[in-house]
Design a protein around this ligand. Structure first.
Ligand code: CO
Length: 306
């Protein structure tokens, strides 16, 4: 079979939603237009010049069964979590958080400066990793390689590979690619994407064509690709900037309730039960070595569920 350029299968424009303590977000995946793009559960683009749109932030809340990926363009978010981590992520930084068996965290905008922009993506975990030990990978902007792609494009490699350079986020179940790509006006960028992997682009500046048929798509748009071996993007008369994200689909049942995404309703009920009786967080700070709990859950087999 000769290499095939992926067609644009579908386009989704963001809808405005309010989350956390009243943060205004532009949502594409997990909106009424698009429930799930296996293995991607949610994509929020937060961005505003008005602090009132985001200052309320995301006070302490739980996650289980997923990974949350925060990639900042502008502004600063302070975070802390039940593993004992705390810090600030700023422009160009990424935090890839594997909630696994359960994490409590808060994400609060730092109230200096007037602008805040960035993305949060939720990545599903396969059934056998849903209750894995929580961990996170956080990288400052200067640890994220920037490479020159074809057509003079500039590519920041968060995960996966571009121009032979690998991003710092590693050992993620779905083998993701996560690139921040800027293509100069009227230039063409191509990038290989593994056949069978789900792929999308999220255009957030400029306009261009994302497939071989040349249809022009303007920011803000989520572009969902059909299958193939590579994507081909051509910028219009202005530079085009987009996220290019891909990953291996899971093809597993999804039971979803707010910040918990499991495979069955019973597992969701278990999460709610754990939250009520104070056993939700399985891994505390200072329990880095395998505890009474860790190995049993990490080795849990699919057949043990429910
Ligand atoms: Co969160």
């Amino acid at each position: 079979m000769s290499p095939q350029i992926r067609d644009v299968e579908r386009m989704v424009e963001p809808v405005m939603v309010s989350e956390g303590a009243g943060v205004r977000l532009k949502r594409t995946i997990a909106s009424r237009k698009l429930d799930y793009l296996d293995p991607f559960l949610l994509l929020d683009h937060f961005g505003s010049d008005n602090p009132a749109d985001y200052l309320a932030g995301f006070p302490m809340h739980p996650h289980r069964g997923i990974e949350t990926v925060t990639y900042m363009l502008e502004g600063f978010v302070r975070h802390k979590d039940s593993l004992g981590n705390a810090g600030t992520i700023g422009p160009g930084d990424v935090q890839w958080m594997t909630a696994g068996s359960g994490i409590m965290h808060e994400e609060m905008p730092r109230p200096d400066g007037n602008r805040m922009y960035g993305f949060q993506l939720w990545v599903n975990l396969p059934a056998k990793r849903k209750m894995t030990r929580p961990r996170y990978q956080e990288f400052a902007a200067d640890k994220i390689p920037e490479v020159e792609g074809d057509g003079g494009s500039r590519v920041r490699v968060v995960a996966g590979e571009a121009a032979g350079v690998q991003g710092p986020v590693r050992e993620i179940a779905i083998s993701p690619t996560y690139l921040d790509v800027e293509v100069p006006a009227r230039s063409t960028f191509t990038h290989p994407v593994e056949r069978g992997h789900t792929a999308f682009a999220y255009a957030f500046e400029g306009q261009g064509s994302f497939g071989p048929n040349g249809e022009v798509i303007s920011a803000l748009s989520l572009v969902i690709y059909g299958d193939g071996d590579r994507v081909q993007v051509r910028a219009g008369k202005e530079p085009l900037r987009f996220l290019l994200v891909s990953g291996k689909p899971l093809h597993e049942p999804v039971a979803r309730y707010g910040p918990f995404v499991m495979n069955t309703r019973e597992e969701i009920q278990q999460a709610l039960h754990d939250l009520r009786d104070g056993t939700f967080v399985k891994v505390q700070p200072q329990t880095e070595s395998d505890s009474w709990y860790g190995s049993a859950l990490l080795d849990r087999k699919e057949g043990d569920r429910g």
